[in-house]
Design a protein around this ligand. Structure first.
Ligand SMILES: [Zn+2]
Length: 403
């Protein structure tokens, strides 16, 4: 078969192939694509020729990166709240005063669809510049049936270049109009939002925590989502321990995220069910919070993914490389764990075993980086130097989407 694109002589390629040792590191290797699929990985001498080529000498190749946790569709700004938090106000106090998620919901509901698509596209395609080919995007700033469905549609239409996986998060907060009747809101999520949103979503998520949804409410909502074929996820054990990590894992959750306050029972349930721990170190830093128990997760064999948690308040970070480096610095991940966290394990967190690695059965996504000036072409340098690694080439589904 003729190739239509060949990346020649990458100094280092990390395939992250589950069948290979470590990160699947190879040196001096060519990669060819044909008809949207991976055609060849191997010795440059035997690589096919193609009409489109990229000279990979001096470069680092990785599978397309996967950001498994973002809230990338929103309107409004919370920069004034950042100043208030720096001055010592707590996030909970700001939320109770009508700020936080509540202010983003007001601004997002009022924004036109064009404005939402434009800003979401700029955010998502900014991620592409750093080598991300798959971005998970949650709803959760609409909080009524039409608005939640609108946000999922916006996410799906935001970029023709980046693969978007959508997550329905109607249970992000109780909206202003139902603050006195949370039961009515839970019923609305299950009986009205979910039927409308499930066809637009790949996963369902809940925010189970103090000030958000209770364990019983969260389990009921996730069970209803699972019955509609959505992958189960949860914002779990962040502010307070609720038990949602163990309960979601028992429902077959693909990931539970945050986990600063997870206990051993939750960790054991995750390990038993193959549930991925979604680590969000930028949120930990912005909230000046404690780290999740990474050593205990590692010991139990829980796979770990790393996301940006991009949102306008508690994690205004869209560079996945920054999240990877913060995961090493403030959470204790090793460099290979951080790389696995933004590739194969991130795909697994989305229920997508074909994402985040390169080989037989994977998607045909490749991101190529030059090392920071003076550094060797190795992934260790990309993790050590904090962020801003612009991809020299990005291939998604065998097609060049950035060069
Ligand atoms: Zn989040």
């Amino acid at each position: 078969m003729d190739a239509d694109l060949v990346v020649t002589r990458l100094s280092r390629l990390y395939t992250l192939d589950p069948g290979s040792q470590g990160l699947g590191e190879r040196t001096d290797v060519s990669v060819a694509f044909a008809g949207g699929k991976l055609l060849y990985v191997g010795d440059p001498a035997n690589a096919p020729e193609a009409p489109v080529t990229f000279d990979g000498r001096g470069c680092i190749g990785l599978p397309g990166l996967v950001d498994p946790h973002t809230h990338a569709v929103w309107a409004g700004s919370r920069s004034s709240e950042f100043a208030r938090r720096l001055a010592g106000e707590s996030y909970t106090a700001i939320l109770e005063g009508g700020g936080g998620i509540r202010s983003t919901v007001r601004a997002t509901r009022e924004a036109s669809t064009d404005v939402l698509v434009g800003s979401a596209r700029a955010r998502i395609e900014g991620m592409l510049e750093h080598g991300v080919t798959t971005v998970e995007v949650k709803s959760g700033y609409g909080l009524d049936p039409a608005q939640e469905a609108r946000l999922l549609s916006v996410a799906r239409s935001a970029s023709a270049r980046v693969r978007v996986v959508t997550t329905f998060l109607g249970a992000h907060a109780v909206p202003e109009e139902l603050r006195g009747d949370r039961d009515a809101y839970v019923r609305q999520v299950i009986d009205e939002q979910l039927p409308w949103c499930a066809p637009l979503a790949d996963c369902i998520d809940v925010y189970c925590d103090r000030g958000a949804f209770t364990l019983d409410e969260a389990v009921e909502i996730l069970t209803a989502g699972r019955a509609r074929g959505l992958h189960v996820r949860a914002h779990a054990e962040q502010v307070e321990h609720t038990g949602i990590a163990a309960a979601a894992a028992a429902l077959g959750a693909t990931s539970v995220d945050h986990l600063e306050r997870i206990d051993d029972r939750g960790i054991a349930a995750m390990a038993a069910n193959g549930t991925v721990a979604g680590l969000l170190p930028a949120a930990q830093v912005y909230l000046r919070d404690i780290a999740p128990p990474v050593a205990r997760l590692r010991e139990a064999g829980v796979p770990m993914a790393v996301g940006t948690d991009l949102n306008p308040g508690t994690s205004p970070v869209r560079d996945l490389w920054i999240a990877a480096t913060l995961a090493t610095l403030v959470q204790g991940l090793t460099i290979p764990e951080a790389v696995l966290g933004i590739t194969r394990n991130a795909g697994r967190a989305l229920g997508r075993a074909d994402l985040g690695w390169l080989g037989e059965g994977s998607v045909a996504d490749l991101s190529v980086f030059r090392p920071p000036p003076g550094e060797p072409p190795a992934v260790e340098s990309l993790v050590q130097f904090l962020g801003d690694h612009r991809a020299a080439l990005v291939v998604r589904d065998g097609q060049v989407v950035l060069r």
